[in-house]
Design a binder for this molecule. Structure first.
Ligand SMILES: *Cc1c(COP(=O)(O)O)cnc(C)c1O
Length: 429
């Protein structure tokens, strides 16, 4: 593997041009790398577990497009499925067999999914799931958790994680008071906060990432998801699991299958598009049948279920058998343990929570239970750590409030090289 050359002259020149015509030079904020105090790296191409930048530098990529690329960059089966679909036309605005197959595949894997509607982004799917929950319950308010990110849906930006956590914007300008007023925010893993919200408002939905990964990875504490299910039932709210990141990643049926807790509606994205724009919401038949044209709740999309995204999604899901999950779990475990040990040996206090296919290196002496714990991390140290990794040809998520995304393309050598680079990076702090 060649050494990375950092953001070289080509990346720098592209960033100058980009800033003249694109807000901040990027089409999604976290890519700018502002949170780790450097300029973005412009990508030339991806190759399995690796990225090659515009200056020819090579990096072991632990971002993998923020989750969709569970099989790594340009996996031949996925590329072939997409090219062969493209030769037959890129969109028809009419149904296809492949959409039926993808929906069947989702229903087969995700335990609470009986009926599925495709969209083109996770944002769209979450927004549509909330409209459905409001229609089904006749109520307006929704409960979300601080640090939970559900796309840039207006009403859900309050205390969102991800890019917003980095930038410390509590909610965005442009979100109306009315939209924000229908969102109640509770602390993650805090039963009393949920009870208080339920006392205050008649909730249409309790929406959560069942294993939050957008404030960094902060799993539910034992019994919390089961308790949430009970609280939703008692209050008449629907339970919505946003499994856009965790779906098809932590296991075939997502967190709901691992925890044995069934939501009423599940939001899916990322892996189901295999690197192309696709997402979905799925759930109990009686609720999902409210969606038009089966029912009266309107939702539509010109490119929903389009043939390219459907082909990429199906090809990716077909790679995800039990052997694949065992491999992904082992890679995650080796990486998490290696990073934790390297930190300990160099005297740096970190927490490395993990679940199959996801981990975060929190620069914190204490375990992180909820958003404010993540916000108390040593962000300066994290930023320096990320810059030092990039200098050594390792591309980590450039924000403390994001997850690392191990993939099937990462092998033991990638993990070992990364851990070695991390040891040097920790030692430099
Ligand atoms: C990425 C993400 C979304 C938004 O999906 P987009 O496709 O970026 O709109 C929603 N929820 C969660 C949990 C996510 O991680």
């Amino acid at each position: 593997m060649d050494q990375a050359v950092g953001a070289g002259p080509r990346s720098a020149a592209l960033f100058d041009r980009a800033r003249a015509v694109i807000p901040g030079g990027v089409n999604s904020p976290v890519r700018a790398m502002g949170a780790i105090g450097r300029d973005p790296i412009f990508v030339e191409r991806g190759d399995g577990a690796e990225l090659i930048d515009a200056d020819g530098g090579r990096y072991i990529d632990w971002v993998q497009s923020w989750g969709p690329l569970i099989a790594g960059h340009a996996r031949p089966e996925v590329v072939e499925a997409v090219s062969s679909a493209a030769r037959r036309g890129t969109s028809y605005g009419a149904p296809t067999q492949a959409e039926v197959e993808l929906a069947e595949e989702i229903v087969r894997r995700v335990p609470s999914a009986e009926i599925v509607r495709m969209t083109s982004s996770g944002t769209e799917a979450t927004m549509s799931a909330l409209r459905l929950a409001r229609a089904a319950t006749g109520r307006d308010a929704v409960l979300k958790f601080a640090g939970g990110y559900h796309g840039h849906v207006d009403g859900l930006l309050a205390d969102a994680g991800s890019g917003l956590a980095t930038q410390g914007i509590p909610a965005s300008p442009g979100v109306t008071t009315a939209q924000a007023a229908d969102t109640v925010v509770a602390r993650w893993n805090d039963r009393r906060a949920v009870e208080e919200a339920i006392e205050q408002r008649d909730l249409a939905a309790i929406v959560c990432e069942p294993c939050p990964a957008n404030m960094g990875v902060v799993p539910a504490e034992a019994g919390f998801l089961e308790w949430l299910r009970g609280a939703a039932n008692a209050s008449g709210a629907l339970l919505v699991f946003d499994e856009v990141i965790s779906g098809f990643r932590v296991g075939p049926g997502g967190v709901q299958e691992r925890a044995g807790v069934m939501p009423d509606i599940t939001v899916l994205g990322k892996v189901i598009g295999g690197g192309l724009p696709a997402a979905a919401y799925a759930g109990r038949a009686d609720v999902m049948e409210r969606i038009a044209p089966a029912g009266d709740v309107y939702q539509a999309g010109t490119l929903s279920g389009n043939p390219l995204a459907t082909a990429a999604g199906l090809a990716s899901l077909r790679l995800l058998d039990s052997e694949a999950y065992a491999r992904l779990d082992r890679t995650t475990e080796r990486l998490a343990t290696g990073l934790q040990d390297a930190a300990r040996e160099t005297g740096v206090a970190v927490q490395v929570p993990r679940i199959t296919g996801l981990l975060t290196v929190f620069f914190s002496a204490d375990p992180v239970r909820e958003l404010s714990g993540a916000q108390r991390c040593d962000l300066q140290a994290h930023a320096a750590f990320c810059r030092a990794l990039l200098d050594r040809g390792v591309y980590p998520p450039p924000s403390q409030f994001e997850a690392w995304f191990p993939s099937l393309a990462h092998g033991d050598d990638h993990v070992d090289t990364t851990v070695e680079a991390a040891r040097e990076a920790f030692a430099e702090l």
